[in-house]
Design a protein around this ligand. Structure first.
Ligand SMILES: CCC/C=C/C(=O)SCCNC(=O)CCNC(=O)[C@H](O)C(C)(C)COP(=O)([O-])OP(=O)([O-])OC[C@H]1O[C@@H](n2cnc3c(N)ncnc32)[C@H](O)[C@@H]1OP(=O)([O-])[O-]
Ligand SMILES: NC(=O)C1=CN([C@@H]2O[C@H](COP(=O)(O)OP(=O)(O)OC[C@H]3O[C@@H](n4cnc5c(N)ncnc54)[C@H](OP(=O)(O)O)[C@@H]3O)[C@@H](O)[C@H]2O)C=CC1
Length: 280
């Protein structure tokens, strides 16, 4: 199994889960120290793991990385195309260089990894691919570059699912909403406050999700339990896209206490666990 972005957050959690189920996990990322930390954790837990330093945007390195994984481990049954991210900015302030950096990180890079895994292994042997996107439905203000890229990845997933089906390759996407992952550490306090105020009041389940709640969707889609599912998207978002204006005011009075995501009783525990790297 390959997990890109396996050195932190959701990718780290998925890598732990896959290793605990008996898979050899090849984790890919740019930062060798992060990968090394996760390698030690997984091995301490009795799992099998290898680390591969690669920027998913660098075609040559990605091709070489996939070839190495096949040479060393003999097969690739699954790909978790998870690496990515963005910074918060209004459209009016996004430079072309910044826009392209985010699109390359969240669309082109994932495309390169998926194509190489397919061409070098899965076209002949089958497999399962999970592409990470985000809660982009109806747009993603202040993260528009990422929304554009993830929208592309959503339809790339649908196209690949059909093109690859005859090879026995399933391709699905997972769309996390607001997840209290270590990825939130990449935002400064101002951004986090924006996310908290802008996002939390619109989550019907009234909290942020956890890394393991996203990992379980990933693992399900990779598993034989999902053998008739391809070209689909599993949303892991607490119902956020279904909340509409006025929704909160229509709640029963006993539920009608102000909630602000991070301030809910469960939030500090979830965030603390994510920050301390305790989620597996
Ligand atoms: C509720 C929340 C939901 C979502 C949660 C998550 O996804 S959690 C996951 C969160 N995890 C992650 O996001 C992790 C992965 N994310 C990343 O690696 C970066 O965000 C990246 C995608 C921009 C790639 O970065 P890189 O190192 O490859 O690129 P680079 O540094 O070379 O920049 C290229 C250009 O982009 C621009 N620019 C960049 N940053 C800013 C900024 N803060 N401000 C303004 N502009 C910025 C700038 O134009 C820069 O060029 P310049 O002006 O410097 O010549
Ligand atoms: N947390 C959330 O609320 C949400 C997260 N997501 C998405 O889920 C995925 C996982 O996020 P999360 O775990 O929260 O955040 P993290 O920032 O912890 O994870 C992102 C991982 O991707 C790796 N990465 C980023 N860019 C590259 C690159 N160009 N090449 C190789 N590796 C790269 C990073 O490692 P390194 O720095 O070593 O390269 C890092 O390990 C991301 O795509 C994220 O945008 C989507 C919606 C919501």
């Amino acid at each position: 199994m390959i997990v890109t972005g396996g050195g932190s957050g959701i990718g780290r959690c998925a890598a732990h889960e896959l290793a605990s189920l008996g898979a050899h996990v090849a984790i890919v990322g740019r930062n060798p120290e992060k990968l090394e930390t996760v390698r030690i954790e997984i091995e301490e837990d009795g799992g099998s793991v290898s680390t591969h330093v690669s920027d998913i945007r660098d075609e040559e390195t990605v091709a070489a990385t996939i070839a190495t994984i096949i040479k060393d481990h003999g097969r690739i049954d699954g790909l978790v195309n998870n690496a990515g991210g963005q910074y918060r900015a209004a459209i009016k302030d996004i430079t072309t260089k910044g826009f392209e950096a985010v699109v390359r990180s969240n669309l082109t890079g994932g495309f390169i990894v998926m194509r190489e895994v397919y061409n070098q292994w899965m076209a002949e042997h089958g497999g399962s691919i999970v592409n990470m996107i985000a809660d982009i439905w109806h747009g993603w203000p202040h993260f528009s570059h990422s929304a554009a890229a993830r929208g592309g990845m959503f339809t790339l997933t649908e196209s690949a699912a059909t093109e690859f089906a005859a090879s026995g390759v399933r391709v699905n996407s997972v769309a996390p909403g607001s997840i209290a992952s270590s990825g939130l550490d990449t935002y400064d306090a101002k951004d986090t406050e924006f996310i908290q105020k802008g996002v939390s009041p619109h989550i019907p389940l009234q909290r942020f999700g956890t890394e393991s709640e996203v990992s379980s969707a990933i693992v399900f889609l990779l598993s034989p339990g999902a053998s008739f599912i391809t070209g689909s998207c599993v949303r892991v978002d607490g119902g956020a896209p279904n909340a509409r204006r006025g929704w909160w005011e229509l709640q029963p009075a006993e539920n009608n206490t102000p909630f602000n995501g991070f301030h809910r009783a469960s939030e500090p525990a979830i965030l603390a666990a994510a920050h301390q790297g305790e989620q597996r």
